[in-house]
Design a protein around this ligand. Structure first.
Ligand code: HEC
Length: 168
């Protein structure tokens, strides 16, 4: 029993040593133009989803998705977010090629997140990605508006949809 524990401890020590050494030797890739491997994207996405769900527990969206709120969210998205996240028919060139991980293009792939989960992501950003936090740049109300718009982006009422489709 003692031997097994010692062997495991040794293996963990060697693993930590390899991680420490290879990172110090500059062997870890850091370029953002590289294509993220599938396993890494899946692992990171699962961790992101779990963390956002945990942080958003107990948060409720104070706004109802009226046309006025959705239009305000759309406007804010066009102004602050579209440069990376794109608009219908015009994905962001920068976002789809030069970010690691790539920036999701919400017109083609609506986010699979609730408004409270997006509120957390927008307000505090996402570590080790190009998604900065908007805390201090947008008020909480503005953040809720854009999160409400994004939650409905795949099922917008006709009037708002017309504006979104013509958003280029
Ligand atoms: C400089 C580029 C950039 C800008 C500007 C930007 N984002 Fe992001 N955003 C990203 C990147 C990169 C990711 C992917 C992060 C990841 O998957 O780990 C992301 C992810 C997200 C996510 C999570 C999506 C998901 O499905 O996991 C949301 C929600 C989001 N952004 C909303 C916004 C909103 C709203 C704005 C504007 C207020 C905005 N972003 C502005 C780069 C940007």
């Amino acid at each position: 029993m003692k031997r097994i524990i010692l062997t495991w401890l040794l293996l963990i020590f060697i693993l930590l040593l390899v991680i420490g050494l290879t990172s110090r030797l500059g062997w870890w890739p850091v370029s953002a133009t590289a294509v993220p491997p599938r396993w890494e994207s899946k692992l990171a996405q699962a961790a992101l989803q779990a963390s956002l769900s945990r942080q958003a527990a107990g948060l409720t969206n104070p706004l109802s998705p009226s046309n006025e709120i959705l239009m305000a969210g759309l406007k804010s998205f066009k102004m602050n977010c579209a440069g990376c996240h794109g608009v219908p028919g015009q994905p962001s060139q920068w976002g789809t090629r030069n970010f690691y991980p790539r920036v999701p293009q919400f017109a083609d792939n609506p986010p699979h997140l609730s408004a409270p989960q997006m509120f957390v992501a927008i307000k505090h950003g996402i570590r080790y990605s190009g998604m900065g936090g908007w805390d201090g740049m947008m008020t909480d109300e503005e953040i809720w508006k854009v999160a409400t718009f994004l939650e409905r982006i795949g099922s917008l009422p006709a009037e708002v949809k017309t504006n979104w489709k013509a958003a280029q």
